[in-house]
Ligand binder design. Structure first.
Ligand code: NDP
Length: 394
């Protein structure tokens, strides 16, 4: 049997495909097989594939500021309904604003009835972290495919329950890893996959933000932890992508000083951590809810990978838009993608709808969220143990 590896795409070819909107090819990599020509069918007007209906569950900042607008730009899916604690107010306003029928507005208590609603194919859970488990189980029980925001859950045990429930209900589960659909990140994933710059040597990433006192992100019961759960996870996830999907073998972690004790009584305010990969490559990571201003005023937000023969550097790595990257071969450029318009979320949801429609597995499944949660659990174990080198459970 011929099992020769596929050749890596040249930069030119990748750019051409990205410009054609075929960027998902960079992560799927399924070889195309020649088939015998079918007899000519009667010619009629082409039937466009069905657009799948998304229902957003939890209409907070991310759903209203990013996901709903992104669903206005998608080709394979559209905003078909919502599940909210305020169906009469927010729910009806959303129906009017986005043009879906009021019958597609549900409350958390009535969402069981979604099982009888053919308009809704996918439920996207966008609540505080502690509720991801509950609503993923409810969505699966209603027989709908699930998309769930990061961090997937509060523990690996919860991730296991979510994966099992979706399998039992025969629905897909994807995690909201928007960076995986950014063309610049996809190019980095391709470089990692084909070892274009040789072996991984060192990684360095920072992501910081801030909170108001009393926000759910400052409460352990809702957030499950501090900035590691919320922001550090981006550095962790990007490191795994840069290592072509490999899980680090060990970690170390040390919480930073508490400078805002009134706000950060319950969760850590800052965490410094390292991730150690099997070949000895180390990622130095930093995450904090105390903004660490950079020149220009933005919080810390960057990620750099050094491979044996080259580097990839993302300034503003984890922004919603405007990601760009420099490499040892020069800055990456994608014709047709203006800086500031990477449309990560639209690409992410379009890709998931395509996977669900065509019955192919998503490239960002629950197992990927579980992998990051395993690393996070090891980070918290190390921090608790005075920064001791802690193995990531296999
Ligand atoms: P918000 O607090 O702004 O919104 C959360 C929403 O969840 C609320 O508005 C509410 O919607 C619903 N909700 C249901 N039950 C509760 C409850 N008990 N307490 C509070 N809210 C509740 O959070 P975000 O939108 O910022 O974050 C939501 C999720 O999205 C988090 O898991 C976060 O990590 C993730 N996220 C991901 C990002 C990414 O880039 N991938 C970026 C930002 C967030 P309603 O009023 O409709 O019931």
């Amino acid at each position: 049997m011929n099992s020769s590896p596929r050749l890596p795409l040249s930069r030119r070819e990748f750019v051409r495909r990205a410009a054609l909107g075929a960027s998902a090819l960079a992560v799927s990599g399924t070889p195309v097989r020649a088939v015998a020509a079918a007899p000519a069918a009667p010619v009629g007007p082409p039937v466009p594939p069905k657009k799948l209906g998304f229902a957003l569950l939890g209409l907070g900042k991310y759903a209203s500021g990013e996901l709903a607008p992104a669903l206005q730009r998608t080709q394979n899916c559209y905003l078909a309904g919502v599940i909210t604690g305020d169906p009469e107010g927010k729910g009806k306003q959303w129906a009017q604003r986005y043009g879906f029928p009021e019958k597609n507005v549900y409350s958390y208590d009535t969402m069981d009835a979604i099982k009888d609603n053919p308009d809704i194919d996918i439920i996207y859970v966008v609540t505080p972290n502690s509720l991801h488990l509950k609503y993923t189980l409810a969505a699966a029980k209603a027989g709908k495919h699930v998309s769930c925001e990061k961090p997937m859950a509060l523990s690996v045990a919860e991730c296991d329950q979510m994966i099992a429930a979706c399998k039992a209900a025969n629905v897909q589960l994807s995690i909201g890893y928007r960076n995986n659909f950014d063309p610049y990140f996809q190019e980095m994933m391709r470089i990692a996959r084909w070892k274009e710059f040789g072996a991984l040597k060192a990684l360095d990433g920072e992501f910081t933000g801030g909170n108001q006192a009393g926000e759910w992100r400052t409460k352990m019961a809702f957030a499950g932890g501090g900035p590691i759960m919320d922001l550090g996870i981006y550095v962790i996830h990007a490191s795994v992508l840069a290592a072509n999907g490999e899980t680090p073998v060990a970690v170390t972690a040390k919480p930073g000083p508490v400078t805002l004790p009134d706000i950060y009584k319950d969760v850590e305010e800052t965490m410094e951590f390292t991730l150690e990969f099997a070949n000895g490559a180390i990622c130095n990571g930093y995450t904090s809810y105390t903004r660490k201003p950079k020149p220009g005023g933005a919080g810390a937000n960057r990620f750099r990978i050094d491979y044996e023969k080259g580097f990839v550097n993302f300034p503003g790595a984890f922004n919603y838009n405007g990601t760009r990257a420099d490499t040892s071969n020069g800055p990456l450029a994608f014709p047709g993608i203006a800086v500031g318009n990477n449309y990560q979320q639209a690409r992410q949801m379009d890709d998931y709808a395509r996977c669900v429609r065509d019955k192919v597995p998503t490239s960002v499944p629950g197992e990927m969220g579980r992998q990051d949660m395993k690393i996070i659990e090891a980070i918290y174990a190390s921090a608790k143990d005075g920064g001791k080198r802690t193995l990531v459970k296999v």
